[in-house]
Design a protein around this ligand. Structure first.
Ligand code: HEC
Ligand code: HEC
Ligand code: HEC
Ligand code: HEC
Ligand code: HEC
Length: 217
């Protein structure tokens, strides 16, 4: 039987297949790298074990962020409230509603409530809440008007571009002292602007703020 394919043709065909394979792998890697990160899309609402409302607890009742996210000033991660903390009020308030069953279950099992996470950076990015708060970056800059959210939403795509935009020029984003926990947008006086200006000179240089190893260590 005559040979239909010469060794040259076979090699050529193999090379074409390999090239297509390489392109497919490259496309997958690039797509993965460019796809938005985090557990949820911007403004997407995820179902939670209990439909907790920041609007009611922060906006109406007036609770401070630190009451529930107790380590936000001192650690990289803000911490989440325990079921006991909720029951501090809800063992009386609406106590017998089925809505609160997950709280009692969590206490019985000595387990935390499994809230669905909306914010998640990839593991190769270093982020620390306490540094940002100490330097005057308010919650609202990154999380938006939490006090108006009946259910939690994420107003930002947590992209490198977004981090960079502020790191290149943080001044307009900074507040004083406990104002970092405040929600309404604020106006600052001339005296405050002058103090802020002085304070800015104590911030890290723009070079260090945008250095790759600052966020990827
Ligand atoms: C009474 C307790 C309580 C208070 C006060 C509170 N939170 Fe929360 N927070 C929660 C609970 C419970 C969740 C998880 C359920 C959810 O996402 O709604 C949460 C989730 C969040 C999340 C989303 C986390 C994620 O990635 O899924 C952010 C951001 C947040 N809180 C910011 C704030 C800010 C900012 C304040 C102050 C203005 C605040 N919280 C005050 C209880 C509280
Ligand atoms: C300081 C007291 C206090 C704490 C602590 C507290 N709550 Fe509440 N909660 C309230 C009050 C007051 C209301 C009624 C708010 C309203 O109707 O305006 C309420 C209402 C609710 C409701 C009913 C729906 C709604 O939002 O109106 C749910 C569900 C709820 N809370 C869940 C929780 C969970 C989960 C926690 C713990 C993360 C928690 N609460 C912690 C005081 C508290
Ligand atoms: C400079 C931006 C920035 C500021 C300011 C900021 N956050 Fe965050 N927050 C983030 C990022 C980014 C994440 C995701 C972190 C991760 O995946 O490691 C996050 C995650 C969270 C979470 C989820 C933690 C978890 O374990 O699921 C909560 C709750 C939260 N922030 C609360 C707050 C509160 C309260 C404040 C103000 C007191 C605040 N944040 C200020 C950027 C910020
Ligand atoms: C709204 C402004 C703002 C945003 C958004 C922001 N940062 Fe920052 N970041 C700051 C400021 C201000 C500092 C403090 C610089 C200093 O220490 O002088 C800082 C400091 C840091 C540091 C240095 C901490 C250290 O150990 O010195 C890291 C790391 C960092 N940010 C990571 C991030 C990442 C990752 C993101 C995005 C997910 C982000 N930041 C978003 C304003 C911001
Ligand atoms: C202020 C914090 C910050 C700095 C500085 C920073 N990155 Fe990133 N980087 C991030 C965050 C957050 C992500 C994840 C989100 C994303 O992919 O946009 C990321 C993702 C990446 C990725 C994954 C692929 C991609 O683009 O999605 C690469 C590669 C990368 N960074 C390289 C660098 C290099 C190179 C530098 C220095 C020029 C740098 N980064 C500086 C915060 C930072």
């Amino acid at each position: 039987m005559p040979q239909t394919f010469t060794p040259g043709m076979v090699l050529g065909a193999k090379l074409v297949v390999m090239a297509i394979g390489a392109v497919v792998i490259l496309v997958v890697i690039v797509a993965a790298a460019w796809s938005p990160i985090g557990a949820a899309a911007v403004d997407e609402i995820k179902s939670q074990p209990i439909p907790f409302s920041h609007k009611h607890h922060v906006g109406d009742v007036g609770l401070d962020c630190r009451f529930c996210h107790a380590t936000v000033e001192t650690q990289a991660t803000p911490g989440m409230p325990s079921a006991q903390l909720c029951l501090g009020c809800h063992s009386q308030l609406f106590a017998d509603q089925a809505l609160f069953a997950p709280l009692h279950r969590a206490v019985e099992r000595h387990q935390p409530i499994e809230w669905t996470q909306l914010h998640r950076l990839p593991d190769y990015v270093y982020f620390d809440h306490s540094v940002h708060l100490a330097k005057g970056v308010a919650c609202i800059e990154c999380h938006g008007r939490v006090d108006q959210m009946s259910l939690m939403r994420r107003p930002q795509e947590l992209t490198m571009k977004w981090c960079f935009a502020c790191h290149q020029d943080p001044a307009p984003h900074l507040r004083f002292g406990d104002d970092v926990f405040g929600m309404p947008p604020h106006e600052i006086s001339d005296a405050q602007a002058a103090t802020l200006n002085r304070f800015m000179r104590q911030l890290e240089s723009r070079q260090r703020m945008t250095d790759c190893s600052t966020c990827h260590r």
